[in-house]
Design a protein. Structure first.
Length: 265
C-alpha cells in the first residue's frame, strides 16, 4: 500500500469514528440548593416565609452546551442572570424573602389581632428539578414548583424544558413542527383531551370544566420522549384548579405529517 492509499485509509477511519460519535454528547448535572427562612416579626408565633430550591445544574465539564442550559434554567425558573445556577438560586431566595417582609409586614400589623388570618401570611416557595433522557439527542429538564402566597390555596406547577445535548439549544414547538402546524396540532390535542375525559363533544368537555372560556392550544410546556410528545397543562390553563394538571400524551405517529423533516426521534 503506497503513501497515498495509507493517508486515504486513515482519513476514512477518522471520518467514520467522528460520524459515529457525533451525537454522543454527554451533559452532566449536579444538584445545587438554596434554603432561606425569614419571619415577619420577632414574636414567637410570627408567620414566616420559607424558600427551598433544589435544582439540577450542568457541570463545567459539560462545556458550552451546559452553559446555555444553565442560562435557560436560571431565566425560566428564577428570572435571574448570574454566573452560576447556585448564585442565581441564592439571589432568588434573598430577593423573594426580602420582598415578602417589605410587602407583607405592614399588612400583617393590621391583621395580627385576627388569628383566623395568620395562615394568609405563612408563605413558601419550593422548586425541585430532575433531568431525564428525551428523544434522540435531547435531554428533558423537569421542575415542580409549589408555592403559597396567601389566598385560598397554593399553586402547583410542572415546568418542562427540552434541550439538544449536542448544542445546549432549548427546543420550542417551532423547532419540532413544520410551519403552519398550529391548527392541525390543536385538532390532535382536542381529540386526545376528549379521549382522556370520555367526552365526545366540546360542550361535554365544558360541562366537565375543561376549555370553559378558551380553546385548546399547543402548550410550550412539553416533554419529548422516544415515541411520544407529552403536553402539560397546569391548573387554570385549560381547566379549573380543582381539576389539577392535565397531561396529553401524543404518539409521534399522530403528528407525523406536521413534524419537521429535520426532527428525528
Amino acid at each position: 500500500m503506497n503513501k497515498k492509499h495509507i493517508f486515504w485509509f486513515w482519513g476514512l477511519i477518522l471520518l467514520m469514528v467522528s460520524c459515529s460519535g457525533g451525537d454522543e454528547v454527554n451533559v452532566e448535572f449536579e444538584t445545587v440548593t438554596a434554603d432561606k427562612t425569614v419571619t415577619l416579626t420577632n414574636e414567637e408565633n410570627s408567620p414566616s416565609c420559607a424558600v427551598h430550591l433544589k435544582l439540577e445544574a450542568a457541570t463545567e465539564a459539560s462545556g458550552h452546551p451546559g452553559e446555555l442550559i444553565n442560562n435557560a434554567v436560571m431565566k425560566r425558573l428564577l428570572d435571574k442572570e448570574e454566573a452560576s445556577v447556585k448564585l442565581a438560586a441564592e439571589a432568588f431566595a434573598n430577593t423573594y424573602t426580602e420582598s415578602y417582609q417589605q410587602t407583607m409586614l405592614p399588612l400583617y400589623k393590621q391583621d395580627k389581632e385576627d388569628s383566623t388570618k395568620r395562615a394568609w401570611y405563612q408563605y413558601h416557595y419550593i422548586i425541585e428539578s430532575t433531568t431525564q433522557k428525551g428523544s434522540k439527542g435531547t435531554i428533558v429538564y423537569l421542575s415542580t414548583i409549589d408555592y403559597y402566597e396567601g389566598g385560598a390555596h397554593g399553586i402547583n406547577q410542572l415546568i418542562t424544558m427540552n434541550f439538544e445535548t449536542k448544542t445546549g439549544r432549548q427546543l420550542t414547538l417551532a423547532d419540532i413542527f413544520a410551519t403552519g402546524y398550529e391548527q392541525a396540532l390543536k385538532n390532535v390535542l382536542l381529540k386526545a383531551l376528549k379521549a382522556k375525559t370520555g367526552c365526545n363533544t366540546l360542550n361535554a368537555l365544558r360541562d366537565k370544566g375543561y376549555l370553559y372560556s378558551m380553546d385548546i392550544f399547543p402548550s410550550e410546556n412539553f416533554i419529548l420522549g422516544d415515541e411520544t410528545i407529552t403536553f402539560i397543562y397546569n391548573p387554570y390553563e385549560i381547566a379549573p384548579y380543582a381539576m389539577g394538571s392535565t397531561e396529553l400524551i401524543i404518539p409521534y405517529s399522530d403528528v407525523d405529517k406536521i413534524l419537521k423533516n429535520s426532527f428525528v426521534y
